[in-house]
Ligand binder design. Structure first.
Ligand SMILES: C[S@@+](CC[C@H](N)C(=O)[O-])C[C@H]1O[C@@H](n2cnc3c(N)ncnc32)[C@H](O)[C@@H]1O
Length: 456
């Protein structure tokens, strides 16, 4: 029988291990010593607070203030989702959608102004309805956080004015981002609210890139065990061709596991997927999917495709083939929500993701620019994937993120992103394979995926 002292020692060891494990999953702010090489290399782009005194104390203060600042952009991103709902939603109105072309005319065209006005009336009515859909409920929660109410006609008038003011702001934002994209497309949204919207196109490019890596001998079958997805997002009225006839969903973690399994790179039964996101909505959503999965409930995702006339035949065929087999390795056909006619040229199929696969996904609230996980070497990632994330940041933040993510990737592992990251500051992530995916010829549209390899 173990002695009393033995039992105490065991208990102490058990508690320390549990504590260490919990600590390893708790993000910490990046230390000054880790960030210093980037800060030194980018002295000329530092904010005044750091330029004046590049010390640990100044960094510790700045990093915490900036983390709050970045997180505060999430609500503005949600306002943009609300605006896309106003522009393109089909469940609450019979009015035609306001395309990006139409948006440019808002304020100048009487026809667009009246469509916007009627859409706003319909949306306010739907938001105030007794049993709103999940997406509407989230938008209502945003309004309440902003101090609005939908209870009286007077209060509803204020909501309508707010919706239309947001529409005008979005019109100007889109024009500004287009101008910025001409100088640096990978920082085009640096002055914009951070959106959580998502669609399947980046996931297709990820699969093509993974194939390319295998062809080049950079990834071997069965070599991927632990990955991180930065900013998995939530698909609800995405700004590309989104709609609101399906509830908010996070598809990227499952699309990536599916691709890794199809390519023979990973086993969905044993893979570990950590997601890093700063959006409470995204993190709560994935937590809820996990909770449901624990109770044996699968996670149903609607897989949307909106083929464009601009697509080349090759891209069209490739994407449709990808879309048709998507999900087969992580689930089985699920209940498809029919596409309303008003939603236009959207095709849809559904997959019911196995609870066991959902439980492989662990959401962590972490800002990858300023926060990090102190992982033991055996927990370092084989792959970190982040699409449509870094475009929301300037060069300093992108460089800090590149250096920070390098500390969590195992030697020889990769960061994959569709936004090229600056390489001026020293980091352990060296440029690696790039994949170009031509989408359309005229006007020329190409998607890219950039790979960065973690050096020893
Ligand atoms: C536009 S969505 C992209 C979703 C998906 N990756 C895709 O490509 O469709 C951006 C996501 O990144 C998250 N995000 C933005 N900045 C982040 C940061 N610094 N750290 C972690 N997540 C971030 C947002 O909350 C959001 O979920």
């Amino acid at each position: 029988m173990p002695s009393k002292l033995g039992k105490t020692l065991w208990l102490f060891l058990f508690c320390s291990l549990t504590f260490c494990r919990a600590l390893a999953q708790t993000p910490q702010f990046v230390s000054f010593s880790s960030a210093q090489p980037v800060l030194e290399a980018m002295r000329s782009s530092l904010p005044p607070e750091l330029k004046a005194s590049l010390t640990a104390a100044a960094w510790d203060k700045w990093v915490r203030t900036e983390d709050k600042e970045i997180r505060s952009r999430i609500d503005e991103g949600e306002e943009n989702t609300l605006t896309n709902l106003l522009r393109m939603g089909v469940t609450f109105t019979k009015e035609p959608p306001i395309t990006y072309e139409g948006l440019g005319e808002y304020g100048r065209s009487t026809a667009i102004n009246s469509i916007a006005d009627r859409r706003a009336n319909d949306l306010v009515r739907a938001l105030a309805a007794p049993h709103p859909s999940e997406g509407m409920l989230e938008m209502r929660a945003l309004l309440e956080r902003k101090g609005f109410s939908l209870k009286t006609p007077e209060a509803q008038k204020k909501v309508k004015a707010y919706l239309l003011a947001n529409l005008a702001r979005w019109r100007d934002d889109v024009a500004r981002a287009r101008a910025q994209a001409k100088t640096n497309p990978y920082q085009a949204f640096k002055d914009r609210g951070i959106s959580t919207d998502s669609n399947l196109y980046p996931d297709y490019t990820i699969e093509l890139h993974l194939k390319h890596m295998m062809d080049q001998g950079l990834l071997k079958p069965g070599s991927v065990h632990r990955i991180a997805i930065v900013g998995p997002g939530l698909d609800f009225v995405n700004k590309k061709s989104g709609s609101d006839f399906y509830p908010p969903q996070s598809t990227q973690p499952f699309a990536v596991i599916d691709s890794l399994a199809r390519l023979g790179l990973a086993d969905p039964a044993t893979i570990e997927v950590i997601t890093f996101d700063i959006s409470p909505r995204v993190n709560r959503h994935l937590e809820r999917a996990r909770k449901d999965a624990t109770a044996g409930k699968p996670y149903t995702i609607q897989l949307l495709s909106s083929p464009s006339d601009q697509w080349s035949q090759e891209y069209h065929n490739g994407f449709i083939e990808y879309w048709q087999k998507l999900g087969a390795r992580v689930g089985k056909p699920g209940t498809r929500i029919p596409v309303p006619e008003a939603a236009g040229n959207i095709w849809n199929r559904a997959v019911s993701v196995r609870p066991a696969v959902v439980l492989k996904v662990f959401p962590v609230d972490m800002n990858v620019v300023f926060q990090t996980l102190a992982l033991p070497p055996d927990k370092h990632f084989d792959l970190v994937i982040g699409t449509n994330i870094f475009v929301y940041y300037g060069g300093l933040e992108q460089s800090l993120a590149r250096a920070n993510l390098a500390t969590m990737i195992k030697a020889g592992g990769f960061l994959l992103t569709n936004e090229a990251l600056p390489g001026a500051a020293p980091t352990k992530l060296a440029d690696s394979l790039k994949t170009s995916v031509p989408i359309a010829k005229s006007p020329a549209i190409t998607d890219y995926m950039y790979g960065y390899v973690r050096q020893k």
